[in-house]
Design a protein around this ligand. Structure first.
Ligand SMILES: Cc1cc2nc3c(=O)[nH]c(=O)nc-3n(C[C@H](O)[C@H](O)[C@H](O)COP(=O)(O)OP(=O)(O)OC[C@H]3O[C@@H](n4cnc5c(N)ncnc54)[C@H](O)[C@@H]3O)c2cc1C
Length: 448
């Protein structure tokens, strides 16, 4: 199993439960010892939750049967059935397999925009969320100390690109952070703090529908977040960002959440892809290759519930977890010589937490906003947290934050570390398909 996200963890848990130790050895390759509950990441960035609360321990919830290799897969040779792994100590090891399940998720999608990868932060990892929190608080600290009006202005403007749920929640939650924090900075004029949320699409979160989309936009407008649609970034620099409509915004904070692409691991396979995601069948097997399953954000899984030719499941946690359980069942069926079954799930809707009492949700098609939507959003996420201890931590954090607020403390321990997108998402770590082949053929390893 490659990847311990929503898809990988659900799959491993079911395999452990349903297979006896005599039937299979399960190995999990994962760089981290936790499953990250990504939908609550904006709340870590804004300090409502502590990072630990959404890092769900793999060891607490597994039955301790799975062998966990701490590292990342950097290539797979499908013919030789070998997974090449870079461990967390940078040792490269080959792991032969009989069956492989690929669930390495996705990385932030970037475009060829000058300066983007050098100056933007993503919102995909725990380190990024913790870094952004520190960064935003340090902008307030530095603006407060500065005597230079131009520097102050640029430190107090913030740009978030991407009007999907990740970008909208990030902008909304971080705006609440700066809005609450500014009371502790009497030298800063609150009017100078400005958040921009921009997207090239004509609507925010189109999957919400027109009415809820407008309600979300109204909440943002009321909070003073300037939403610009049909607009993207033309150029990013260390101290300013140029929008495609010609506006130049002085800022030191550019958060890029404009979509995701499959993990670079998928390209090392040399197999067919659909917009970068591995093209699997409805039973989540890779056609033409023995013993390969793929799922979650890294796979293009036919969306049978849509009934439209060529439709694939959107990259959501809702699908990834359920696909994990289906892959486990299909793998077990394959092992036992039984037929596999297709993956089918009808979307349950969307919840968008905008912080405080603000939210919009569309559970099972019912449109909600305000407190009822917030109750649904938090209730949904809380119940989806896998461990009891994570549930307790998140509930305690929410309660503490509601009653005592935030201390706006900047930890500083990451302050002088490289902080580009690729530093956080390890996108440079992978081999090319040729390098994988050369390595595996050169090793003369006995094949399983
Ligand atoms: C800010 C934000 C908010 C979101 N909100 C929602 C929401 O409200 N609802 C919803 O349904 N979805 C939401 N999503 C999307 C959702 O989180 C993803 O669709 C889901 O995490 C995909 O699950 P996955 O298992 O495919 O990937 P992930 O959960 O990302 O897991 C992939 C795992 O693989 C590991 N990995 C990566 N590369 C390798 C490698 N080479 N070798 C080994 N391991 C590797 C990663 O460390 C990670 O642990 C949100 C995403 C973000 C970023």
């Amino acid at each position: 199993m490659v990847g311990a996200g929503f898809a990988g963890v659900e799959c491993v848990r079911r395999l452990e439960r349903r297979l006896s130790p005599e039937e299979a050895d399960v190995t999990l390759v994962t760089p981290f010892s936790y499953q990250l509950y990504l939908p609550l990441l904006p709340q870590v960035a804004s300090g409502v939750l502590t990072p630990q609360s959404i890092a769900l321990s793999l060891r607490r919830s597994s039955r301790y049967r799975t062998r966990i290799i701490p590292g990342g897969a950097i290539g797979v040779d499908l013919g030789a059935k070998v997974c090449v792994i870079r461990t967390i100590t940078d040792r490269i090891v080959d792991e032969p397999y009989d069956y492989i399940v690929l669930a390495p998720g996705s990385i932030t999608r970037t475009f060829d925009i000058p300066g983007l990868t050098d100056h933007a932060f993503g919102m995909k990892t725990l380190a990024e969320a913790a870094y952004i929190r520190d960064h935003v608080i340090s902008q307030l600290d530095l603006a407060d100390a500065s005597q230079d009006p131009a520097e102050r202005a640029s430190r107090l403007q913030f740009v978030v690109v991407g009007g999907g749920y990740a970008g909208t929640e990030t902008a909304a939650c971080l705006q609440r952070l700066t809005h609450a924090a500014v009371r502790r900075y009497p030298r800063i004029d609150p009017g100078l703090i400005k958040w921009h949320l921009i997207d090239i699409a004509p609507k925010l979160m189109p999957e919400l529908g027109d009415r809820l989309g407008r309600a979300a936009q109204e909440v943002l407008r009321r909070r003073g977040i300037e939403v610009s649609l049909g607009v993207s970034i033309a150029k990013a620099g260390a101290e300013e960002v140029t929008f495609t409509d010609g506006r130049v915004v002085p800022t030191r904070t550019l958060i890029w959440t404009a979509g995701v692409v499959a993990s670079p691991l998928i390209a090392t396979l040399g197999a067919e892809t659909v917009r970068g995601r591995l093209a699997v069948g409805a039973d989540l097997r890779l056609p033409g290759h023995d013993g390969v399953f793929a799922l979650g954000d890294s796979a293009a899984v036919p969306d049978l519930a849509k009934g439209t030719e060529g439709a694939v499941c959107p990259p959501t946690a809702q699908h990834a977890g359920r696909q994990g359980r289906r892959v486990a069942e299909n793998l077990i069926a394959t092992l036992r010589g039984l037929p596999t079954r297709p993956y089918l799930h009808r979307d349950l809707g969307l919840v968008v937490d905008l912080g405080g009492a603000d939210a919009v949700s569309k559970p099972l098609g019912v449109e909600l906003h305000g407190l009822p939507a917030q109750a649904v959003a938090r209730g949904y996420h809380w119940s989806a947290l896998r461990t009891q201890v994570a549930k307790a931590r998140v509930a305690a954090d929410w309660a503490l934050n509601a009653f005592a607020g935030d201390d706006f403390v900047r930890t500083g321990f990451q302050a002088r570390k490289p902080a580009k997108l690729k530093d956080f998402e390890y996108t440079d770590a992978y081999l090319t398909p040729e390098q994988v082949r050369e390595r595996v053929e050169g090793s003369g390893r006995a094949r399983l």
